[in-house]
Design a protein around this ligand. Sequence first.
Ligand code: SAM
Length: 318
Amino acid sequence: MRQTHAPSNPIESTVIAEASHPAVWAKVVLPPSVRQLPLGANFDPDRYLRASALLQLKGYDYLLTLCGPLGADERVLDIGCGPGTFGRHLAEMNPGSVVTGSDISAEMLALAREISPREQYSNLHFAEADLRNLGNHFWDGEFDLVLSNYAFHWMLSDEDKARAFTGIGSILSAKGKAFLYFSAGGAFKELFEAGYSVIARPSWAHYFDGGTFKHPPLPTFKEIDSALGNSPLKATHRELRTVWRPFSREDLAEWFAVCIRPFMNRLSSLPDADQKRFAHEVVTEYQLKTEAITGYPRDTSGALYIRDLAIVLGLEKA
Ligand SMILES: C[S@@+](CC[C@H](N)C(=O)[O-])C[C@H]1O[C@@H](n2cnc3c(N)ncnc32)[C@H](O)[C@@H]1O
């Protein structure tokens, strides 16, 4: 279905998160095997779980506000679920619902199953599925609610976005809704710029095409609207949400090392200590750069704020 006119500007919202924000989503009980794992040299689900629980980089609360209370027996899918923390919360809060978490990574799903075992969470399932082919993995109309937190920005090309929207359209029931929260173009701008300064240094340039490497562009509203315009979906909510999130220096370096894969993948052949050193150099550079910017949030506890810019979409069948 095609849009006949250009969508209006998205809502713009800004939140400054508090350093003392209660760690509601950090209440992940790690099994001993996970707690004792050494920090991996490359992308590591266990390390991701720890970093994401610690750092609160999540739209969970906001997604729940947008979708409202679940119906008695809703069928829910969390796409790009990672270690499944969000799905587990939904399953716990809504015992009458059946919740599925899907991800492309078998390793992430293995961890999700380990920390949320079927014996304890009988209404929670996990399934391997590529966001770009959801229609191949699930039945038409199988879900009443599709949610996603920080995964959709990996739909980097126009084609991937279009395929993902087509899939969501096919697996949603007639009255189904979807809410997606994901990084937008411009997110972490100053942090990436700090990264670009560091990769230009002689000790790192070799790994980053002589220092010319750039992080792939994150999605813009223009691209999203264009992909939606050719999809079976219409937007019911369009928001560009800025959240200034506080991090300790140590946590920010760990989060960068674990989650900013386009940079860190370049260093995956290096020992963990060198990768950490790189992430710390980026954080030091970030601190220097942002201290020079008037109006950049800071607080007295020594937290560094990062600008987390997200697109929040509410979708229904057109
Ligand atoms: C930043 S993590 C977010 C995980 C989880 N939603 C959370 O809030 O913690 C992004 C997740 O998207 C998954 N992912 C990336 N590309 C994907 C794709 N094409 N299909 C399905 N999942 C994908 C990754 O494997 C990863 O688990």
